[in-house]
Write a protein that binds this ligand. Structure first.
Ligand code: NAD
Ligand code: UDP
Length: 386
């Protein structure tokens, strides 16, 4: 660890990071990385800590004096400003960020992603502290290509679908499609942070994750989350595979996504943390353009990979189609395609993703099987007995 230098050859000084939302999926992986591979300290803020318990206990852990958990709801806790003041850098990950909530709990979604983030930006700006804020690739909304005629050859032209931080427009659906409440709130907080940078000199970096996936993402309904809950696609499909039920393809599973392994993405975040001169003032796409699939292809690949890692044959009807209205309710809409342009992150941080979709699914589904298969079996046998 000693003697580590940044991308410009300067020694990296240990810093204190106030990480808000540290107990979530991305936060847990970032905390793990910071504890295992850096000398930095983390003030971990969240309403829950289940996903980072292994980093907090026992007190004999090598990094015990470098991580502190603060159970704080940032909506209403006066301790937040003090923690931001104590830190050199604040990373804000806190959000409601599951699509099933965007159209059914639009107010909570907008408050969480915009209103609750405001004091964080304000405290950083007023106290001269650096901020890394987590936004989303969803701020791009739909691609320009989605509006071209179905058979237009222009649909094959990357100009109409590759998403560029400094050039692509943000295209959302009408207000009654409440799906876009999340994207719109994230876009407005991005604009506010950008304006704080321009008018008041806030040192900021904005991260736009493109479908980061891996172990500890979301929850398995009825096991470590509500039975009726609808997590993001990785956990939905994992749940179906674990329960030996068909994977549900929303509106035919035609939407396209690029998936990136969480561990690749965390490397990019660490580069941002340790290279402020290269990261400040930038918005970064963080994704893997080489891992594009339709949701249907994802379902097929997950079915194959799960068979391999569990040793169980797949069921006779591995997928079924459901309408978005049935699955998510009124007001759902979808991003058609998400390919990140990598020019800016490449130029500033020299970062590239490494892990193929097959490999990342293999390690993630091995984790899902090891963590949940037994609990699911027990839960299902109880239901059958009742
Ligand atoms: P997550 O839900 O696992 O983590 C968010 C964490 O924030 C949770 O632990 C939650 O308890 C905490 N939190 C929420 N509101 C809080 C509050 N008021 N006070 C304190 N803690 C609060 O989600 P994630 O996947 O880790 O995402 C982190 C960030 O990255 C979010 O801002 C999300 O919008 C963004 N993002 C993630 C992805 C992805 O691929 N995972 C994609 C796009 C954007
Ligand atoms: N999806 C699906 N079946 C599911 C869950 C999700 O077909 O059980 C689809 C969803 O409609 C979307 C894609 O998978 O097109 C990715 O959904 P996710 O919830 O991961 O978030 P998003 O990428 O839309 O932000």
């Amino acid at each position: 660890m000693a003697g580590k230098v940044d991308l410009d050859g300067n020694p990296i000084k240990p810093i204190t990071i106030c990480m808000i939302g540290a107990g979530g999926f991305i936060g847990s992986h970032l905390c793990e990385k910071l504890m295992a591979e850096t000398p930095h300290k983390v003030l971990a803020v969240d309403v829950c800590n289940d996903k980072i318990k292994h980093l907090l206990e026992p007190a004999s852990l090598a990094w015990a004096d470098r991580i502190q958990f603060h159970r704080i709801n940032i909506k209403n806790d006066s301790r937040l400003e003090g923690l931001i003041k104590m830190a050199d850098l604040t990373i804000n990950l806190a959000a409601i960020c599951t699509p099933a909530d965007y159209n059914t709990r639009p107010l909570d979604t907008i408050y969480s992603n915009f209103i609750d983030a405001l004091p964080v930006v304000k405290y950083c700006s007023e106290n001269g502290k650096r901020l890394i804020h987590f936004s989303t690739c969803e701020v791009y909304g739909k691609t320009i290509g989605a509006f071209l005629p179905k058979n237009s050859p222009l649909r094959q032209d990357p100009t109409y679908y590759v998403l560029m931080e400094d050039a692509s427009p943000c295209i959302f659906g009408p207000i009654e499609k409440q799906r876009w409440s999340y994207a719109c709130a994230k876009q407005l907080i991005e604009r506010l942070i950008y304006a704080e940078g321009a008018e008041n000199g806030l040192e900021f970096t904005i991260v736009r994750p493109f479908n980061w996936i891996g172990p500890r993402m979301d929850f398995i309904p009825g096991i470590d989350g509500p039975s009726e809950g609808v997590p993001r696609v990785l956990a939905c499909f994992s749940n179906n595979l674990l329960r030996r039920e068909p994977l549900k393809l929303v509106d035919g599973g035609e939407s396209q996504r690029t998936f990136i392994y969480i561990k690749d993405a965390i490397e990019a975040v660490l580069l941002m943390i340790e290279n402020p001169a290269r990261a400040n003032g930038h918005i970064f796409n963080v994704g893997n353009p080489n891992n594009e699939v339709t949701v249907r292809q994802l379902a097929e690949m997950m079915t194959q990979v799960y068979s391999k890692v569990s040793g169980e044959s797949s069921i006779e009807t591995p997928t079924i189609d459901v309408s978005s209205k049935e699955f998510y309710g009124e007001g759902y809409d979808d991003s058609d395609k998400r390919i990140p342009d990598m020019t800016i992150i490449n130029k500033q941080l020299g970062w590239n993703p490494k892990t193929s979709l097959w490999d990342l699914l293999e390690s993630t589904l091995t984790y899902q099987h090891r963590t949940y298969a037994e609990a699911i079996k027990q839960a299902m046998s109880k239901t059958t007995a009742n």
